[in-house]
Design a protein around this ligand. Structure first.
Ligand code: UGA
Length: 441
């Protein structure tokens, strides 16, 4: 919404939430405590906040006076009842829809921004009918931005997707995007295609990562090198070179949830083979996450008791403080369970967030422990191993001479992202392992 306000000075945008504390943080002018960290967001926000972008909890007034309402609420995986662990929990969408039905007055266009199961628009229509039913037109306008690059993705999107049955409303929303997006990048579809395209785009991206991670494991065994294989296949324009980086498995709030959702949908329509195909992408991802901890443990002959291990990076990817489904959670929990003492460093994730995630994942019997380290140099002090988990830029430029000096011997470096200069680490007396390459020969 900040980007939209920036590109459309003539449109008044009100961001409404029921959480007063969260709204206060968005309204805090010094920007030191914004609810999300996103490069470039502060600059955009500073230009528009208080002008044509305001944050408030006054649902009744803002819904009542809006021409268009964007629904951007959480749709986590359901953890109770029918479809538990697979289907999307639509309770937030439902209660937001009920509020629109209660407070909406004029000819309102309701835009689904949250990622939703196919045919949610139908359910929304039913709820809205309980208010002034016919006044609402429902559009699906799914979001394709990625965390860490969200501002650039929104300012210059590959495409914008607007799905709807009422072409007048579709054009109304398209005309907003035309303020900064070329018309030929604004795709118009029916509402179900838009909903399904969002799930499919994420499923295809996740499938690419599982595919490359499966080949990375094969490279380690066969003597092939994943960087070379990646280059060779990416040069084929039909395959393309992006989204082919091997790693510790994908994380983030979307891929797993959306694939579970897609599989659930396929099951619902009796397409078991389709559901199983997509579930296998998740299974490979879980296996990849376990595999990283297993490799670390094997290099220490299966005993991590008394070993100090520095974990570099806890967010699910670089340039975000988001830890949802981060592969670091699984790795850390496993290593603690095996008796290691971890020193966890991340440039953006806070100590309390790390604690919250690890507490959720606590196993019955753990022999090890962990602590948060703000300084990278303290995290590696006396460490038996360093595990690079997130592709933060600062980990690409690690000074291995200094780090090696601080570490124990034998000292190991595990690069689960293939981003650090392992030759330099080896030249300074460390043993090294890299995803898709294995031990440095
Ligand atoms: C993803 C999609 O990329 C967005 O298009 C989509 O809008 C978004 O989900 C969403 O549905 O909200 P995001 O989860 O923010 O965006 O981040 P990605 O860049 O897709 O990365 C996801 C995970 O895959 C991360 O853990 C990342 O490290 C991993 N990854 C990504 C790899 O392991 N290798 C790659 O080559 C790329």
């Amino acid at each position: 919404m900040a980007v939209m306000a920036d590109q459309c000075p003539g449109i008044n945008i009100k961001v409404v939430d029921i959480d007063q504390k969260r709204i206060d943080r968005w309204n805090n002018l010094d920007n030191s405590d914004l609810p999300v960290y996103e490069p470039g967001l502060e600059e955009v926000l500073t230009r528009v906040r208080g002008k044509n972008l305001t944050f408030t909890t006054d649902l009744e007034r803002e819904i009542g006076s809006a021409d268009m309402v964007f629904l951007s609420v959480n749709t986590p995986t359901k953890n109770y009842g029918y479809g538990a662990g697979q289907a999307a929990d639509l309770s937030y969408i439902e209660s937001a829809a009920r509020q629109i039905a209660e407070y909406g007055k004029g000819q309102t266009i309701v835009v689904e921004r949250s990622t939703l199961p196919v045919r949610t628009a139908e359910a929304l229509q039913t709820i809205l009918k309980q208010g002034n039913g016919d006044q609402y037109k429902i559009l699906s306008n799914p979001e394709f931005m990625a965390e860490g690059t969200a501002i650039a993705d929104l300012q210059n999107p590959d495409r914008v997707l607007v799905g709807g049955q009422c072409s007048e409303s579709v054009e109304e929303l398209a005309s907003i995007y035309r303020n900064w997006v070329p018309n030929n990048r604004i795709l118009r579809t029916n509402v179900w295609s838009a909903e399904l395209s969002k799930l499919t785009a994420n499923a295809f991206l996740a499938q690419r990562i599982s595919s490359i991670n499966s080949i990375a494991a094969l490279c380690e065994k066969s003597g092939a090198n994943i960087t070379e294989v990646k280059q060779a296949i990416g040069a084929d324009t039909r395959i393309g070179s992006s989204f082919l980086n091997p790693g510790p498995g994908f994380g983030g709030s979307c891929f797993k949830k959306d694939i579970l959702n897609l599989a659930y949908l396929a099951d619902h329509f009796g397409l078991m083979e389709v559901a199983n195909y997509w579930r296998s992408v998740l299974e490979l991802n879980e296996w990849t996450q376990h595999r990283m901890a297993q490799i670390v443990s094997q290099k220490f002959y299966g005993t991590l008791r008394g070993k100090k291990i520095a974990v570099l990076g806890f967010s699910f990817k670089a340039n975000t403080n988001d830890t949802r489904e981060s592969p670091a959670i699984e790795l850390c929990s496993k290593l603690i369970q095996e008796g290691a003492h971890l020193c966890i460093h991340d440039p953006r994730v806070t100590e309390s967030e790390i604690k919250r995630e690890l507490r959720k994942n606590e196993r019955h019997r753990s022999f090890g422990s962990y602590q948060y380290e703000q300084e990278l140099n303290s995290a590696v002090e006396d460490a038996h191993a360093v595990v690079v988990m997130t592709d933060w830029d600062e980990y690409r430029r690690l000074d291995w001479a200094t780090i090696a000096n601080k570490m124990q011997r034998p000292g190991w470096v595990f690069d689960t992202r293939g981003i650090t200069n392992l030759r330099e680490a080896a030249a300074n007396g460390l043993e090294t392992w890299e995803v898709g390459c294995g031990d440095l020969q």
